[in-house]
Design a protein around this ligand. Structure first.
Ligand code: C2E
Ligand code: CA
Ligand code: CA
Length: 463
């Protein structure tokens, strides 16, 4: 009897020990899982931002001479679109492993969100850090995403150097500064690294000012359409003009597009401005027609962002109807960069624009990594040779041969050729001699307001 009772007790104790062990394991497991969720990124196994910031804060309180690097994969959404989400995840894991492997003692990294990573690295000079980052992006670029289709992976880095740390500045500020540098590191064709500096801060202040007043400026019609004549080289007649935006502030100061277009391209407001400019061009075409200039065409710049808008074609159709405009008098200028990135989509779009009656021009040809393939693939009406052709005088002989052959090729494909940036008579004569159709540049006329343009075409310029 006693033995039996002891046995029962022993079994009960054993069961209790097992039960408590089980509960302990479950609790520890869920605590670990919660910790993993709280501290680690699920996909890559790297720290998440919250944990990274905690560690960075603790580290920098004791030690300085670090650099906070934010790295992102350029055009990551194209990777997902082109190769599928699985390959996208694979690339993120590859980036995570590469970052992890390059870490030295007392350094760490995290994945923030989507395709953005952060690294806290020792800092012993710009050159050494730039070399390390170059190695990092080169290793990332070595990732083969597809056996057939080649895709060059580019990464951009924004860096904030932290040489002394006081408790007054928190790590969030360093993060924001590295992020600001990253925003300025968006190259189209190369991986780029930008270090945060005072210049960037001033730029950011300006950007904020611009963003604060851009909506009101559009409502108040502060954006003015200037027109730069396009001249037929055979006859010297004006055949059209390019619409170029100017921002005239209420105090009368004039801001050039280079200052605000990049900001609008980043925040998306450019789509509103481009549609506004198209309306201005339509209204002006009507005015010209009424005044007896029915053969002038207006070229309107179209930002790359427009082509990602689902209702883009409807919107331009709406504008054409509103002004009862003949679309064949409007030339839509698209930059070379966008067409290279999305050739297939562009083909469809150009076809649709043609169906609607618009002419399409390839702008800035020769300013980047131009491909003659574009001429074969896209059914464009006009090719605009970028002004770098004329301004680059280093290897003039070679340049002349290249220009001549591009123009010959385009002509044979029945594409009208325009050379931009013509600044003197010699350049005008040269492009005429190689059979370029149209010239545009300060030699003929600078961009001017609508009234001045009308006087110009009427041959009533004041000079
Ligand atoms: P772009 O489309 O290549 O326009 C030509 C630019 O070259 C204009 O600068 C024009 O003033 C300038 N230019 C013309 N002739 C000469 C010359 O002989 N020599 C030199 N050095 N420059 C010349 P602008 O008006 O400052 O415009 C700069 C850029 O801003 C434009 O380059 C275009 O990319 C963008 N932009 C201007 N207006 C608009 C717009 O309404 N929408 C969009 N999306 N972009 C615009
Ligand atoms: Ca243009
Ligand atoms: Ca251009």
């Amino acid at each position: 009897m006693t033995r039996m009772i002891i046995c029962i007790f022993a079994v009960i104790i054993l069961l209790l020990v097992l039960l408590f062990s089980y509960i302990y394991i479950i609790i520890r497991g869920s605590r670990n899982a919660m910790q993993r969720m709280a501290y680690y990124d699920q996909l890559t196994g790297l720290y998440n931002k919250a944990r990274f910031m905690e560690l960075a804060s603790a580290k920098l309180e004791k030690d300085s001479n670090y650099a906070l690097v934010l790295l992102d994969i350029a055009n990551f959404k194209f990777v997902n679109e082109l190769f599928g989400y699985q390959k996208g995840d694979y690339l993120l894991q590859h980036v995570a492993n590469t970052c992890n492997q390059m870490l030295q003692e007392e350094e760490f990294c995290c994945r923030d969100n989507s395709d953005r990573f952060a690294l806290l690295l020792h800092y012993s000079g710009k050159e050494a850090l730039t070399d390390r980052l170059k190695q990092l992006v080169d290793t990332i670029a070595s990732c083969q995403l597809d056996d057939v289709q080649e895709y060059h992976i580019l990464c951009n880095c924004g860096v904030k150097i932290i040489e002394s740390f006081s408790n007054k500045i928190n790590v969030d500020v360093f993060w924001d500064r590295a992020n600001l540098a990253l925003k300025n590191a968006k190259g189209y064709h190369d991986s780029t690294t930008v270090f945060y500096g005072d210049g960037l801060h001033d730029k950011e202040v300006k950007r904020n000012e611009i963003e604060q007043c851009m909506h009101a400026a559009l409502d108040n019609r502060e954006f003015k359409m200037y027109l730069q004549p396009k001249v037929l080289l055979n006859t010297s007649a004006v055949c059209g003009a390019e619409a170029l935006v100017r921002w005239i502030r209420p105090d009368g100061s004039l801001i050039y597009p280079d200052e605000f277009i990049p900001v609008f391209e980043q925040n998306g407001f450019i789509t509103d401005l481009d549609m506004y400019m198209l309306e201005e061009a339509c209204a002006f075409l009507n005015r010209l027609e009424k005044n007896g200039y029915a053969d002038i065409c207006i070229s309107v710049n179209q930002s790359r962002i427009l082509f990602y808008k689902a209702d883009y074609l409807n919107e331009i159709q709406r504008i054409i109807h509103k002004y009862h405009c003949d679309p064949s008098r409007i030339i839509l200028e698209v930059t070379e960069g966008i067409t290279m990135d999305n050739l297939d989509e562009m083909k469809v779009l150009v076809r649709e624009l043609h169906k609607m009656g618009f002419a399409v021009s390839m702008d800035d040809f020769g300013s980047g990594y131009s491909s003659l393939n574009i001429l074969k693939e896209l059914d464009i009406d006009e090719l605009k040779l970028d002004r770098v052709f004329l301004s680059d005088t280093a290897e003039k002989e070679k340049r002349d041969i290249i220009m001549k052959n591009i123009i010959t090729l385009a002509r044979e494909l029945q594409i009208t050729t325009v050379t931009e940036g013509v600044e003197d008579a010699a350049q005008a004569e040269f492009i005429h001699s190689i059979h370029c159709d149209i010239g545009q540049g300060y030699y003929f006329a600078k961009p001017m307001p609508e009234d001045a343009f009308e006087l110009f075409i009427a041959g009533k310029t004041e000079e």
